[in-house]
Design a protein around this ligand. Structure first.
Ligand code: NAD
Length: 345
């Protein structure tokens, strides 16, 4: 079996707790991984004066893959987000966030199985803000044809690869006629090459949020620019039971960084009750990326077994009595049991 070097970025807040859980689950499942632990975010800022030190970026480039916990970004002041910088510096232009109903967890929204494909490098995340006069601030939304075509192409290719049937571009081109108009036009033009295989339509972002909370099952792949993608993916996670369940991955031409949608959750950090499932499912996506599809299937099935059959083991966000550690223990045990059996999905 070939060995992989993977950079492990525990982050801060609940990050170290949940990434440790994910590391244990991956190790139980089998891929041979040499982990390279490194620091980013507040911890790196305090140590090196830089929330994303160049040696970390170099190491991820060298390994090609990282598993990442969340990092805290100061609000309204302080250092630029290490997450945003990481995505830009490694050209991780595609953020993929599958949101799927978890067996055993009742929600009022019915069955959900959609994928948020978020452009990761521009929009209002360009960080171009100016105080043009006292009390007047401008924040520039950057939308380029290159990035819009690239992410639209990615969304259609993703749909084909994963047997999805429809891509819906999300925008506000009735108001931002130029910026969102360009994003929409690129998606429309890219869709032409796929029209026999993948359906294409579009929706205004405000209408989308209403439609999602009314009937999420009507959507398949959602294609969004950066800020809308960020907001809509948190909303979508809420439809299936919360941020503790929703995984994610950032892909670029040379590297991939796997991380959950959720942040560092300072309100529960250090209490041992963070839900590790989102990062565990992100780690399953990482196994798939590394070519270990058996581990991908095994980890996902193990999580489903626990949510369906052992609600008492879940963490308090899912109304269980478990802890991060005890839930991870149960998933590790289930992964080990399944490892002794052949894999079918
Ligand atoms: P958050 O996602 O950290 O938390 C929102 C709510 O969801 C909180 O009540 C939290 O307790 C709960 N929650 C989140 N993850 C959970 C889990 N695994 N298990 C149980 N409950 C969970 O969002 P926030 O509070 O708005 O942001 C906190 C910090 O995280 C901010 O500094 C923000 O910048 C940062 N952040 C980082 C990332 C990242 O590193 N990729 C992403 C989002 C936010």
């Amino acid at each position: 079996m070939s060995r992989h070097r993977v950079v492990l970025l525990p982050g801060d807040g609940i990050g170290p707790e949940v990434t440790e859980a994910a590391r244990r689950v991956v190790e139980a499942s089998g891929p041979a991984i040499d982990w390279v632990p490194m620091e980013i975010g507040i911890i790196a800022f305090e140590k090196y004066g830089d929330a994303l030190p160049p040696h970390v970026v170099d190491e991820i480039r060298a390994c090609g893959v990282a598993l990442k916990g969340p990092t805290t970004t100061p609000i309204g002041k302080g250092h630029v987000s290490a997450n945003v910088r990481l995505r830009k510096e490694l050209l991780l232009y595609a953020n993929v966030r599958p949101v799927k109903t978890v067996p055993g967890l009742e929600t009022p929204y019915g069955h959900t199985d959609l994928v948020v494909v978020r452009e990761n490098t521009e929009s209002l995340y360009a960080g171009l803000e100016n105080e043009v006069a006292p009390g007047v601030v401008t924040s520039i939304k950057v939308i380029t044809e290159t990035a819009s075509r690239r992410i639209a192409h990615f969304a259609f290719e993703y749909a084909l690869r994963w047997g999805r049937h429809r891509v819906t571009a999300v925008h506000k081109a009735n108001i931002m006629k130029k910026a969102d108009g360009l994003f929409l036009r690129c998606a429309q033009e890219e869709s032409v090459a796929y029209q026999e295989r993948v359906r294409f339509d579009d929706v205004l972002v405000d209408a989308l949020t209403m439609k999602l909370v009314t009937n999420p099952s009507q959507f398949d792949v959602l294609l969004l620019e950066n800020l809308y993608g960020d907001i809509v993916s948190d909303l979508a996670a809420g439809l299936i039971g919360g941020l503790g369940l929703a995984p994610g991955a950032n892909y670029g031409p040379d590297c991939a960084v796997f991380e959950a949608i959720h942040g560092s959750a300072p309100d529960i950090a250090g209490k041992g009750i963070a839900n590790p499932i989102a990062v565990i499912l992100s780690a399953a996506m990482m196994c798939h990326h590394l070519g270990d599809t058996e581990s991908y299937v095994r980890i996902r099935k193990s999580v489903r077994t626990i949510t369906r059959s052992h609600p008492e083991l879940l963490t308090p966000d899912l109304k269980g009595k478990g802890t991060t550690r005890s839930l991870a223990d149960a998933i590790v045990k289930e992964v080990e049991r399944r490892r002794r059996e052949p894999v079918h999905d």
